[in-house]
Design a protein around this ligand. Sequence first.
Ligand SMILES: Cc1cc2nc3c(=O)[nH]c(=O)nc-3n(C[C@H](O)[C@H](O)[C@H](O)COP(=O)(O)OP(=O)(O)OC[C@H]3O[C@@H](n4cnc5c(N)ncnc54)[C@H](O)[C@@H]3O)c2cc1C
Length: 392
Amino acid sequence: MAPTVVILGGAYGGLQIAHSLLKNNKEAKVVLVSKNSHFYWNLASVRAIVPGSVEDKQMFVSLTEALSRYPKERYEVIVGSAEGVDTAAKTVKVAIPGTAEPRSISYDQLVLATGSRNTQPEKRAGAGADEAIPATPWKADGTYEEITALLQATREKVKAAKHIVVAGGGSTGVEAAAELGYAFGGKSEDKGGKQIVLLSSGAEILGSDIIASSARNELNKLHVDVRTGAGVTAARTLPDGRIELTVAGASEPLITDLYLAAVGLTPNTEYLDASLLNDRKNVEVDEFYHVKGVASNDVWAVGDVVSKPRAGFVITMKQAGGVAKNVDLVLKGKSPQVVKLLPVDVMVVATGPSRGAGRLNSWRLPSLAVWVAKGRTLGLNMVAGYLNGSAA
Ligand SMILES: Cc1cc2nc3c(=O)[nH]c(=O)nc-3n(C[C@H](O)[C@H](O)[C@H](O)COP(=O)(O)OP(=O)(O)OC[C@H]3O[C@@H](n4cnc5c(N)ncnc54)[C@H](O)[C@@H]3O)c2cc1C
């Protein structure tokens, strides 16, 4: 019987591995399990919240359509949520919406690529506290229908708001504030202008990286009001619908129409045994990307579930390339190879559609280079590769 490779998570890591195995291994059956029926190019989510900027069809790829180029008997797409893995019995329990009982799926090789979701700011007690913290569309958290509805709802809130606070001085917060600044900053209200505030709990944005001052200059040009040492400690909805934020170091509460939090990522690893997770709830892997703690060496992990050296799309692509190759080698009775990542550390932050800040190791990149590499399209030109398989 054909060996079965089960892949959990239909995003950058999972879909790339599915394509790669289906192209390069003519024996294995690939079962791709994902909470959402569509791959989501979340890198463009920071721009997609601006009404009229990016269409949903540019950002989503149907997983079934993406794999339909391979023989039907070679793959299965299951839209559902992994709820448990039994590494001794080699089975995964998957909850499928609309069915009462979870489905048990056997595997020969298992790949964990369930990524991460937005960390929700802690909910506070008190009237209006829960409603004040809206969900954000930065990651593929939920079904396709839920993500597209959330994107649309966020666009409508952006459109209606006159004052927007983005909380979080990391790349996502900086990029979202810059997109909003580019679209609405420095204009009068009658010309569609909005006040955009970026709050960072740290003493500097971007974790005080060497590109922080360049990014801050770009944000200033876009009329984004950047406040550091200014973490949000509480949020509540006022009777008139506006949101009151308590901000560290500020004597007065900050009142806003829309509060968008971008305060970190939480790994989607709740379905795994605690013995496979480190204290940050990430999966630990060896140099082949076998999950540590599974002696049979038939469970692999890539992407944000690993978050090593950090969570990143380019890192995920390299890991996925290595794991796809290793699973193929093992299925052919050969030894896996050490997975190699990029030899340089690249950090690029788009500051709106026309500029950016970045570095290659400790060499600062000119804004134009970041614009060409990232800001111009936010990678939307690469989405087609996940549909036609050329990304693998
Ligand atoms: C706004 C933003 C911009 C970014 N820009 C960049 C950038 O420019 N460059 C860069 O290198 N990185 C960037 N990143 C990081 C990048 O998005 C992540 O590194 C990448 O998404 C990781 O991909 P992944 O395949 O590991 O998982 P994810 O993209 O996190 O996707 C996980 C998938 O698994 C599914 N899933 C989750 N739980 C389960 C379950 N229990 N069962 C089944 N399926 C499940 C999810 O629905 C999803 O489809 C950015 C991140 C954000 C938030």
